[in-house]
Design a protein around this ligand. Structure first.
Ligand code: NAD
Length: 460
């Protein structure tokens, strides 16, 4: 190793609540990339540079007539980060915070995720800056149709394939399909978008795919590495932050494998029961009251306390940047499984790694969603509908394979690093940032894209 891996940047920007690190999503994505490439040799600098910059950024302004007769102008984005492995793939989100920087950082993450899990897609992401909570269904439909029309042939079944993301859903995907199909009549356009309803070419297993993928990655990790003497989920105590699509699905599936779910939470707070939360009762309670807080026979705790509970496995499945420099040293879980995107910051990664708490990274753990999106795309092209058992078996295969790749790479990188640490301490120069699973996962992904770029040859 010639170069030293970079250290997380400290800033004044967020020197609150004990957090003093740079949490800008674009900076985090760049930092993680730069740390991983210090472990990759033999790639020219120019090639590495080309892997960072997005291939295409589309920024649009378009008018929409609102239901009250007024006209509003919306800003929309679609970033295609990389398409060396295949067409771009990534969600479209509707949220007031959507901007070019956020969409670019998320498109970059999609590139690494698809490469790691080995599906023939590049990374992309899109969005419209709007507040869906204040918009009617008719207005959302008009925004979607106008946005897709403006994107024109910049999306397509073989070029760039959208999917649902924050505040977009099956209905939005149906409008996207319909708009594209109207503009391109006379051919099979179903593969232009994934996350569609079942009767419009959606795949069985897609809604729960991310939570199920999280289960498979965790099972494989336990089988290979073990946690606190356990090689399976049987009897493991598990804490899950977030009781939405991913967190709820993961909690139920982990329980099916014999785990004891001792705490869960949502945006209003968390609940704890040492003997195990009754998940069916919690789901019903949330449906009735809008939160799990207050479930009979459970102790109310805060989301901060939840993250610091004694347990075998902590699954953050809600928001990014939940475990940071201010609380990582208080996390008592023996394994952290990142179901959400970016719940552990780089500084927290280092604190946890140095405390021997492995973090199974997001680009592996939550790749189940895009993997089953890929299955949907394949089914659409071949006019097939796979049984649920087939979808789940294929997903398990992909998640086990991805986890194996990360662990094998991590072991070999760690061995090389230990030799280099030993040489440094002999020379009196001690520099010790243990390699973590995220860096190994990124190294697998980046190396795959760099190699394929070279195999294809740089044009002209
Ligand atoms: P969701 O909206 O269905 O659920 C989010 C859950 O988090 C809700 O229960 C919400 O109450 C809870 N929450 C919100 N703020 C919270 C807070 N401050 N503390 C604790 N809980 C809070 O979202 P989802 O689809 O389950 O996604 C969860 C995470 O997984 C996100 O980071 C998302 O980007 C990531 N992810 C989701 C998918 C997918 O297929 N749904 C795929 C990849 C990654």
């Amino acid at each position: 190793m010639e170069q030293k891996p970079p250290m997380p940047a400290q800033t004044q920007q967020l020197a609150i609540n004990g957090i003093s690190e740079d949490l800008d999503p674009a900076h985090l994505a760049r930092f993680q990339f730069e740390r991983a490439i210090t472990y990759l040799e033999g790639f020219k600098k120019g090639l590495i540079d080309s892997l960072v910059a997005p291939r295409r950024t589309i920024e649009l302004c378009f008018p929409v007539e609102m239901e009250d007769g007024s006209v509003q102008t919306f800003r929309g984005y679609r970033v295609l980060h990389n398409r060396v492995l295949g067409p771009g793939k990534g969600g479209i989100r509707y949220h007031p915070d959507v901007d070019k920087e956020e969409v670019t950082a998320l498109a970059t993450l999609m590139t690494w995720k698809c490469a790691l899990i080995d599906i023939p897609f590049g990374g992309a992401k899109g969005g419209v800056s709007c507040n869906p909570k204040t918009l009617t269904q008719t207005e959302l439909r008009r925004i979607t149709r106008r946005f897709i029309t403006e994107l024109g042939d910049n999306i397509g079944p073989s070029t760039d394939i959208p999917a649902p993301d924050m505040y977009t859903d099956e209905q939005t995907m149906s409008w996207i399909y319909d708009t594209y199909d109207v503009l391109h009549p006379g051919r099979n356009n179903l593969p232009v978008v994934t996350g569609k309803p079942l009767d419009l070419g959606g795949s069985l297993g897609r809604p729960e795919a991310t939570g199920r993928g999280c289960l498979y990655a965790t099972m494989r990790y336990l089988e290979r590495e073990g946690v606190g003497g356990r090689s399976s989920l049987e009897g493991a105590s598990v804490v899950v932050q977030g009781f939405g699509n991913v967190g709820l699905t993961a909690a139920f599936l982990f329980r099916e494998q014999g785990a004891n779910i001792v705490a869960i939470s949502d945006s209003k707070g968390g609940i704890y029961h040492e003997g195990g939360i009754d998940l069916d009762a919690a789901r019903a309670f949330k449906q009735q009251h809008g939160t799990v807080v207050g479930l009979p026979d459970s102790l109310t705790i805060t989301n901060e306390e939840l993250l610091e509970l004694e347990c075998d496995i902590l699954v953050p499945a809600a928001l990014g940047q939940q475990i940071h420099s201010g609380n990582a040293h208080r996390v008592k879980a023996k394994l952290v499984v990142e179901a959400a995107n970016g719940p552990v910051t780089p500084a927290a990664d280092d604190i946890l790694t140095s405390r021997d708490v492995p973090v199974l990274p997001d680009i592996l753990v939550n790749a189940g969603g895009v993997t089953v999106s890929y299955f949907e795309w394949v089914q659409n092209y071949s006019n097939e509908r796979w049984d649920l058992e087939v979808v789940n078996a294929k997903l398990q295969h992909k998640m086990f394979e991805g986890t194996d790749l990360v662990l094998t790479r991590w072991r070999s990188m760690r061995e090389a690093e230990e030799k280099s640490f030993a040489a440094e301490s002999e020379s009196g120069e001690i520099y010790n940032v243990p390699i973590n699973l995220r860096t190994a996962a990124l190294a697998v992904a980046i190396a795959r894209i760099a190699n394929v770029t070279l195999e294809r040859g740089i044009w002209p």
